[in-house]
Design a protein. Sequence first.
Length: 397
Amino acid sequence: MWQDWLIEFLKGFGKLFLHPLFYLSFLLAAYLGVSRVKKERKNFTVRSKNAYFELKQLLPVGVITGLCLSIISIGLVLVVPMEMIIYTGIITLLLGLIWKTRLLSPVYTVGLGILASSVSLYMGWDFFLFSESVIGGDTYIFPTAVAVLGLLIAAEGLLIQKNGSKGTSPRLTKSSRGQSIGIHLSERAWLVPLFLFIPEGVLSIPVEGWPVFTVGDQTYSIILVPFLLGFRQAVQAVHPTVAVRAVGKKVLWLGVFITLSAIAAFYFPLAAVGSILVAIIGREWIAAGQKAQEKNKGFYFTKKNNGIMILGVVPDSPADKMGLKVGEIITKVNSIPVQDEIQLYTALQKNSAHCKIEVFDINNEVRFEQRALYEGDYHKLGILMIQDEKAKGNEAV
């Protein structure tokens, strides 16, 4: 028996590399990285992080998340129709190819995939891509498909909280009054491979009475399905870490609610359709709520009278090595008050071998950072800021 399970796991794992989404995810992450670098160079002449940053975020956290979800899906024996997997893949490919990362939320890709597969099964469509369904004539929506949707939404929320708030991209824009302001953009793609059961195979599971066991002769296969999750959020009214994590928390709770609604879908099949609609409306409500909050508040990254607001920090720069963070305000350099780039340069040149900086952190507490400077360091401290309107171009200082 265990040999069959091992073979099915290996076969399911191998199918991951046959899925076009596996390769599209790398293409999308590379595109996001290159696009971000171009926009940052346009604003500041330097990039905050290299173009490989998004690629580095694609797999590690996604694979770990997928492993955790796979343990849950195997433990709960989550069986889904093959049609759902194919339709979800097609929808994800279409949305991914138009580079709309916001639409790669599972509420759209998986939710619409479930609805499309349900219509396909109900209408009896049988295309060459689809194996004949072994699902009973009265079963068109698996309650477990809704559970998978809920788990992936919860995973999206966790990824937004833990990873989406890291390495947000600084940008410059104009307010309605024509004033230069800073914003931060979090745009990310994660590849989450998830082991799922599909009907018809060599595995039989010795559990009686589980809701999903209403299909065929109760034999199954295991397949490793790549789910491409995307996220995009612009922040201008609060610190980006606070804003992104707040959205992630709401998405997480939405996922928990949809997962629990799968129980209702077992007893009332139409409740599955309601769960999908609730997921889509809920995700849109979260996005609209975040935009409304941003609109009703003032701008977070603006020029300050008491110092220089740090819009971004270049990795491995002197500023980064001193521990300066996005959102902090530099008030003094070498005991000299500073408010703009010229004053910063002047204060740095006061002591070309050593730099002492006084900053207000995001909690409005004062702290001091200091570091020895080497030749050329004072020319490129590694801080991205909002410069004066009179400045010719925007550069890192």
